[in-house]
Ligand binder design. Structure first.
Ligand code: HEM
Length: 309
């Protein structure tokens, strides 16, 4: 029942309930090395071939786990149980959520009989990958969503910098919070829309994209911060180097579950300033409807039977 709802959301069969064999990962945060030169520079992710030595994804978390060798460093042949183990044992992500994400990864494999995925499989636009990413350019403009976009990212950094001291403070002194994270997310949505309009390209931003966008911001600040508060330096390390800032002092959260994610959504939506406009853009008319959509999906995750883990 729950799998069918998620499958509808992604437009593909997601078997989150499938039983998993136990897998254990070695976590050594000091072990980190960047991917090979061939990663992320191909004209389009789907043009990767089996001969490509390294695959990476548009997801800074998955790429970081591969760079730390918690997932295979080459980003290939990741089974559902390998992904669940990495997400739960290294990042302390709730097993139910990890199971859904991992199933989504496997379902992204164009070979629908496969039981694993390569990191570039999740780059397919319109499946999980979407426009308005914080650190990637939009599909109409980029050469592959695995590639970090300094231009998109600068839009985000600028909001954090002006919200917390402007030119007076260096990044070393700036910390995030839910309000500035919410504004940074919204500013990036606006800049994405404006760029599409300027360049005469069609822009896709509906309920699914909004849920993903809120979800990704809530994920990274719950992972890196305490109640949304993280040093901007750590956030930059995560997105720009695809590394967990362990040597800078970060430690995995004690837990990262749906209640934490929902808390992030609620805090980001508190001001309501832009929510009315955003609700219209995604075709939902009212802020209340947008809130219900964002929080509603979260609530259904919480209700998922424990059989998922
Ligand atoms: C198997 C597990 C996962 C899969 C398959 C996955 C997949 C993806 C994909 C395809 C994107 C691109 C979306 C876009 O267009 O922006 C993405 C973005 C993102 N993911 Fe993941 N992800 C996973 C787990 C996680 C976890 C555990 C976290 C953090 C705790 C995370 C944090 C993020 C963030 C912050 C972004 C946004 C990047 C940006 O906007 O530039 N992901 N993920």
């Amino acid at each position: 029942m729950f799998s069918s709802m998620i499958s509808k959301f992604f437009g593909r069969k997601i078997d989150a309930e499938e039983k998993q064999t136990t897998h254990t990962v070695e976590v050594n945060w000091d072990d980190w090395s960047p991917p090979g030169e061939n990663d992320g520079i191909l004209p389009h992710s789907l043009s990767y071939t089996a001969a490509t030595p390294y695959f990476r994804s548009p997801c800074p978390a998955l790429n970081s786990l591969a760079n730390h060798s918690i997932l295979p460093h080459n980003g290939k042949a990741i089974t559902k149980s390998m992904a669940i183990a990495a997400l739960t044992q290294a990042l302390h992500l709730d097993p139910k959520i990890a199971s859904i994400f991992a199933a989504g990864g496997v379902a992204a494999n164009p070979d629908h009989d496969a039981h694993s995925f390569d990191l570039n499989h999740v780059s397919k636009h319109g499946y999980i990958e979407h426009d308005v990413s914080l650190s990637r350019d939009d599909a109409a403009f980029h050469a592959g969503p695995e590639k970090f976009s300094p231009e998109a990212w600068e839009t985000v950094l600028e909001v954090y910098r002006t919200a917390h001291g402007g030119a007076k403070k260096g990044d070393e002194e700036i910390v995030t919070d839910w309000a500035s994270a919410g504004r940074a997310r919204w500013t990036r949505v606006q800049s994405s829309k404006e760029k599409h309009e300027r360049e005469g390209k069609g822009w896709t931003y509906g309920v699914k994209e909004a849920i993903m966008s809120y979800g990704e911001t809530s994920l990274y600040l719950n992972l890196l911060g305490k109640d949304g508060v993280a040093p901007l330096r750590w956030v930059r390390v995560f997105f720009e180097e695809e590394r967990l800032p362990y040597k800078e002092g970060w430690r995995p959260p004690v837990k990262l579950d749906q209640a934490d994610l929902n808390h992030g959504f609620a805090e980001m939506m508190k001001s309501g300033e832009h929510g009315v406009e955003e609700a219209k853009w995604v075709g939902l008319g009212t802020l209340a409807a947008l809130k219900a959509a964002i929080l509603g999906l979260g609530a259904s995750f919480i209700k998922t039977p424990s059989a998922l883990s």
